[in-house]
Design a protein around this ligand. Structure first.
Ligand code: ZN
Length: 231
């Protein structure tokens, strides 16, 4: 059964979601949103950014969820480098039913990576090339008008490590606000459910970090998960 919920995000440290750059101004990504006072251009957090943060957490948790069965081993060996997913431990692939394996193996090279993606709970929850994600996210839109500020920054020349004075620019940031997005989850098997629940518990406890400048502490969000509803 598919279930869904509404998740609330509260900005805890300045959030940088880049939209248009105009000269030395870097604006926040904004889209038209229907509000009680008509159409407004308000910032949004793209679903891809939220999904990326959840997947990153799942990859860390998944690698430490034990290795006492082949699928857990496969999950622990899940790696993503420059967008490419691989698994070193492929013993779990024998667990995929013969019917599916026969079909996928007929596809040659590509077919065998489908097998990996289907058996790995991380790939199954968040998707892999040719395999649809079981967890889906909407963009997060503000529940009321967020507070935006321009912050001036100088850019540092990476070669000389000197400030390029002519490169002073202002970046627009979301300094406070509340966003909501919808999360839809398809039927999960028991190992996928275990991973999913651990990820949700972690996120509820620790929050999420979204957008640019994570290394300098930007984009920390408090997370409130709503009631789940079956549909
Ligand atoms: Zn995987």
């Amino acid at each position: 059964m598919t279930r869904s919920t509404i998740v609330k995000l509260v900005v805890e440290s300045p959030l940088s979601i880049r939209g248009e750059g105009r000269g030395s101004l870097q604006e926040v990504l904004k889209v038209p949103i229907r509000t009680e006072d008509g159409l407004k251009y308000w910032p949004v957090i793209p679903a891809t950014s939220i999904k990326g943060a959840f997947r990153g957490i799942a990859e860390v948790i998944g690698s430490s969820m034990g290795s006492d069965d082949p699928r857990r081993k496969l999950m622990a060996s899940h790696k993503r480098e420059r967008g490419k997913i691989s698994h070193d431990d492929k013993n779990a692939l024998n667990e995929i039913s013969l019917k599916e394996r026969e079909l996928l193996e007929r596809m040659g090279e590509g077919g065998s990576s489908y097998l990996e993606y289907l058996a790995c709970p991380i790939c199954r929850l968040f998707g892999a090339p040719g395999v649809a994600a079981k967890v889906r996210f909407s963009d997060a839109i503000p529940s009321s008008e967020p507070v935006l500020r321009y912050m001036t920054r100088t850019s540092i020349d990476r070669k000389s490590m000197k400030v390029k004075e002519e490169r002073l620019f202002a970046e627009e940031l979301i300094v406070s606000g509340e966003f909501r997005f919808v999360m839809i989850v398809d039927d999960l098997d028991s190992l996928e459910e275990e991973l999913f629940n651990s990820v949700m518990a972690y996120v509820e406890e620790e929050g999420l970090q979204l957008g640019g400048g994570k290394s300098i502490g930007r984009g920390r969000m408090k997370v409130y998960i709503g009631q789940w509803e079956s549909r």
